[in-house]
Design a protein around this ligand. Structure first.
Ligand code: GLU
Length: 308
């Protein structure tokens, strides 16, 4: 496994296509050469190569897990009244994509759905609500994580689009009147910093039915793991989710900081970090690496020749 990821690192580290996300100004300052690949297994093994100790903001790779937390807190029936489970085929920050009759966001992986989910995290103030989110990510990763003030402020100051989405959601009574507080909470969630190793453990915890393979702490009830993983599969790669299912076949979620987390249920979590992203917001090297890994190891859920 270690040799395999080292070969992939060598194969792709010169690939320099793509661009840094710049609509969050702080993300455009990141070193575009960073590159890390990590695999964490459900039996507690870790394989990593490259800039494994470099921290990056989780951005949208955080979305599936807060969704799990909301499911656990409110139950499936209530959450389904707030957010649907259908892919949109539209960009992550699409403004118009609310379901026709219900006005629910189509799914929790696009911004409208994720803002709705984060708005549901309970607590008497922003601080208490954020400490719940951070606690979740600490339990998932088995590390002590924190958010980056500069990345958070950089997004908060420039987030006119996400703010307009939140106001539309308020208009349709999908989120409550604490619009600003919930938005700030969402931006903080997106600016939680983690390494490729942390993110691979997060994936491995999901793959391990919600229990971190090293700390043995339960981060999420096993009842909701398939909700999380199925939505990562159908909606996690936004408007290239169909292409991803076809050519990679692994439940995954990307973030515009250049990270991708993949989950092989029962087996392992995969994480790749490389900040240059494509037009759809996915790490260019990350897509290639996970595609190759899937082929090499037969990891696609549609593959009958699994080699593990
Ligand atoms: N914080 C980012 C936003 O809401 C996340 C987008 C992404 O990572 O795809 O625009």
């Amino acid at each position: 496994m270690q040799k395999l990821i080292e070969n992939l690192y060598d194969k792709y580290h010169k690939l320099s296509n793509g661009h840094l996300a710049s609509y969050i100004p702080e993300l455009a300052k990141v070193n575009p050469d960073y590159f890390a690949i990590t695999i964490a297994t459900t039996d507690g093994k870790i394989y990593t190569v490259g800039d494994s100790t470099t921290k990056f903001s989780l951005q949208s790779s955080s979305k599936p897990f807060t969704y799990g937390y909301a499911l656990e807190t409110y139950g499936r029936d209530f959450i389904r009244t707030k957010v649907g489970v259908e892919p949109t085929g539209k960009a992550f920050n699409s403004i118009v994509e609310l379901e026709k009759k219900t006005h629910r966001p189509y799914n929790p992986m696009i911004n409208s759905g994720a803002i709705t989910i984060t708005s549901l995290v309970p607590g008497k103030n922003e601080q208490e609500r954020f400490s719940k989110i951070l606690g979740l990510f600490n339990n998932l990763s088995g590390s002590t994580l924190n958010f980056d003030q500069q990345i958070y402020e950089s997004e908060s100051k420039t987030a006119h689009r996400n703010k307009s989405i939140a106001h539309l959601l308020r208009h349709f009574n999908i989120i409550d009147e604490k619009i600003d507080e919930s938005l700030e909470l969402y931006f903080k969630q997106c600016s939680i910093m983690a390494t490729s190793v942390d993110l691979a453990w997060i994936g491995a915890t999901i793959a391990n039915s919600g229990v971190n393979p090293l700390t043995k702490t339960r981060a999420i009830s096993d009842e909701y793991i398939s909700d999380i993983v199925s939505l990562m599969f159908t909606c996690g790669m936004y408007d290239s989710s169909g292409e991803w299912a076809y050519s990679v076949g692994i439940p995954a979620k990307s973030g515009v900081s250049g990270c991708i987390v993949g989950v092989i249920p029962g087996v392992m979590g995969i994480s790749v970090y490389s900040p240059l992203i494509d037009m759809k917001g996915h790490s260019v090297r990350g897509v290639q690496v996970i595609k190759d890994l899937s082929k090499e190891l037969g990891l696609s859920i549609f593959e009958t020749r699994n080699k593990l």
